[in-house]
Design a binder for this molecule. Structure first.
Ligand code: ZN
Length: 226
């Protein structure tokens, strides 16, 4: 279903074919995905840069990552982009979308849902997309719960640190997002409020993340994506 949702977005959104931008985003994503551990294979993930002004990104079960060019105007450096992608990938590896779809479609089998999605039932397709975490793309805002957000924040923070990205930049990113509020807030904020609680939890975890970051440095992991 993640793959179908991704295809749906791909048919509706222009893709950025600037090789420099693509290489930079791919580099950040690969650096993170390589630290997932287990038998995770970073090359199994597909990363697409969409040419659209919204400041947003997403990751889907089925190993798909989408980054919108609008996000690259808000992130000040590779580490801040890593914070966003790391957070989104964390939702996938913690199976948050899977939980939400299963809870809401208990009575239907996966095969039935896939058939409904592929068979042109717009309502089902849009609802499933919202549950998978890409509702903004079909006009349905369905943020994950606070517990899932906290979990994704902490997994994402560890992941970026292990990959050799400066974890302190995560806090800076949320502060910038929040400051960019105003008349046209970044789309990412619509499902990810940059609350004081969120920033405090990240700061509480920072000593541990800094240790991972130092270890990554000693192991020669300091990505230079741009
Ligand atoms: Zn989230």
């Amino acid at each position: 279903m993640g793959v179908l949702a991704f295809q749906e977005i791909e048919t509706k959104t222009p893709i950025d074919d600037d090789p420099v931008v693509r290489r930079q985003v791919q580099c950040v994503a690969d650096s993170l995905l390589n630290r997932l551990g287990g038998n995770a294979d970073s090359s199994a993930w597909e990363v697409v840069v969409f040419k659209q002004d919204q400041a947003n990104a997403f990751a889907l079960p089925g190993k798909k990552i989408g980054v919108y060019t609008g996000l690259l105007k808000i992130t000040e450096n590779q580490d801040q982009l890593a914070a966003v992608i790391g957070h989104e990938v964390a939702h996938v590896i913690a199976r948050h979308a899977n939980e939400r779809v299963s809870t809401n479609y208990l009575a239907q089998s996966g095969a039935q849902l896939i058939a409904a999605m592929a068979g042109g039932s717009t309502t089902t397709r849009n609802n499933v997309m919202a549950m998978l975490g890409v509702g903004a793309q079909v006009g349905i805002l369905l943020p994950f719960g606070r517990a899932q957000e906290s979990e994704a924040d902490l997994i994402g923070l560890d992941l970026m640190a292990k990959a050799g990205f400066d974890p302190r930049q995560s806090v800076r990113l949320w502060q910038n997002m929040s400051a960019a509020g105003g008349r046209r807030p970044p789309e990412f904020l619509s499902t990810h409020p940059a609350s004081a609680t969120r920033i405090r939890q990240l700061q509480e975890r920072m000593p541990q993340a800094m240790e991972l970051y130092e270890q990554a440095g000693s192991a020669g992991r300091r990505p230079r994506c741009w």
